[in-house]
Design a protein around this ligand. Structure first.
Ligand SMILES: [Zn+2]
Length: 142
């Protein structure tokens, strides 16, 4: 890990099941996709087997608009986990996407002190290792 840290690399997702792995595989291709129930149309995230609305196990991966609003956030002022290369302070945000699901990601293009509730954001992917991209959110132009 020391060598990775010296190169500014971060820990990568380590999916513990096939559904989580599929989510990250879409991200690696630069696509934000969520499961969408083919019985009732409900979107779901985090990846899971059954629809929370109707209980169906049927779904398809569907592309998100990638647009949403800041629902919540936290700001790290001390690098307690040294594996992340961002200079402090940095923000981790909870975004409510247009599809209604919420996800956690890093923030780009805005100082943490400038964050506000309901701020419009859009997803942006960064290549963090060969063949691996991670989603972040940045402010959306009106
Ligand atoms: Zn459903």
């Amino acid at each position: 890990m020391t060598g990775d840290r010296a190169r500014g690399l971060r820990p990568l997702p380590e999916p513990d099941d096939d559904l989580v792995a599929a989510f990250w595989e879409h991200c690696a291709q630069g696509r934000l996709c969520f499961q969408r129930c083919t019985e009732c149309g409900a979107w779901r995230h985090l990846p899971r087997v059954l629809c929370a609305q109707c209980g169906s196990a049927q779904f398809q991966w569907s592309p998100s608009s990638g647009r949403g609003r800041i629902f919540s956030w936290t700001v790290t002022h001390q690098p307690l986990v040294r594996d992340f290369p961002e200079p402090v302070p940095y923000a981790v945000v909870v975004v409510e996407l247009e599809e209604g699901v919420r996800m956690v990601a890093g923030l780009r293009g805005l100082a943490p002190a400038e964050l506000s509730l309901d701020l419009p954001v859009e997803v942006v992917f960064e290549t963090v290792a060969e063949g691996s991209r991670l989603p972040f959110f940045r402010p959306r132009k009106p």
